[in-house]
Design a protein around this ligand. Structure first.
Ligand code: DGY
Length: 325
């Protein structure tokens, strides 16, 4: 008998076909029911594929009596109670690496979009305001020579730093562990967090979200930033207090913000939507054909490995030590 697999939302059609051939596939969005209802109905499912917007808590995990793996379709996994899953012997996997370049590209797109006022320019053109070339028309910031502060020099942070360096920026970073080899090879400089916040022209966090970093960007931190700093967030909305961000932007303390993630997705803070110097994208950091197809393949591979009794390639680091693999 085919094993039952629950997928919350559809991804690439080729990969959906593969899943359908191999497994008894339940797609939550096609059923018109909540995930909570589906897991009760299909309590014998052996795999769950959630998206980053699906909260997989104890209740969901406990409802699935035969669950072997939660194969998250994202690199971040703060949506899953992974500690509880680990305690109950369930694998939790993610999709690292494959979306690194896509997310770093989008980070640069937001930086360029804010610094060169692309959103305003586009609105200006479409609104029919362009009457001729002007020396003072829509002036922006040049990236060359600016200091880019990266918080978290993991894969995405590093890929962003390399891109920013190619634009002539000085790279400073702050991270739990110092990466001296990278410093030497790439000329990046390590700074403590406070120093980085006070001296960067552009600040971009690339760290996982957890309750310990909730609102790490609050009003005090935003106020410590240099006037005219650009704040970028492609990591998780919970890292920033959106209300405080709206305040400092309205006060013209910051130059602008580029946001791909939001505190209460899909809800976007009303005041942020009113500001011309905020460029927003709908959590599409990994939204390239290449990354998304790679993510689906990784999810399928992780499930196959779990079902055949192997440790999945992309078991999350916390469970590697917890489950002693
Ligand atoms: C992820 O996969 O965690 C990212 O947020 C995608 O942009």
């Amino acid at each position: 008998m085919k094993q039952k697999v629950i997928l919350t939302k559809k991804f690439g059609s080729n990969e959906i076909e593969i899943l359908k051939k191999k497994y008894d596939l339940i797609i939550v969005e096609d059923e018109g029911k909540t995930l909570k209802d589906i897991v009760k109905e299909h309590y014998n499912a052996a795999a769950l594929i959630p998206f980053l917007s699906d909260i997989v808590n104890k209740e969901i995990i406990d409802s699935l009596k035969n669950l072997k793996i939660i194969a998250n379709y994202a690199v971040g996994y703060n949506n899953i109670d992974f500690e509880y899953a680990g305690e109950t012997g369930i694998f939790v996997t993610n999709t690292p690496d494959i979306l690194t370049n896509a997310t770093a590209d989008l980070t640069m797109a937001l930086i360029l979009g804010v610094s060169r006022r692309i959103l305003e320019s586009d609105r200006y053109m479409r609104g029919g305001s362009f009457t001729g070339w002007g020396a003072n028309l829509l002036l922006g910031k040049e990236l060359n020579g600016l200091t880019m502060g990266i918080i978290g020099l993991g894969k995405i942070g590093f890929a962003t730093a390399v891109r920013a360096k190619a634009f002539g920026m000085k790279i400073i970073y702050s991270s739990r562990t110092r990466k001296k080899e990278i410093e030497k090879q790439y000329g990046f400089e390590y700074r403590d967090m406070d120093d980085l916040i006070k001296t960067s022209d552009i600040i971009s966090p690339h760290i996982p979200y957890s309750s310990s970093v909730h609102h790490m960007f609050n009003k005090d931190v935003f106020r410590k930033m240099k006037k005219d700093t650009i704040f970028i967030n492609v990591s998780r909305g919970g890292l920033m207090d959106e209300n405080a961000l709206a305040d400092v932007l309205e006060e013209n303390h910051l130059y602008g913000a580029g946001l791909d993630v939001f505190e209460n997705e899909p809800v976007v803070h009303k005041r942020l939507t009113k500001l011309e110097n905020v460029l927003m994208t709908p959590h599409t950091g990994s939204a390239t054909f290449k990354a998304r197809s790679g993510m689906s393949k990784m999810v399928i591979n992780n499930i196959e490995q779990a079902f055949s009794g192997d440790t999945p390639d992309n078991l999350i680091p916390e469970l590697k030590s917890m489950l002693k693999y």
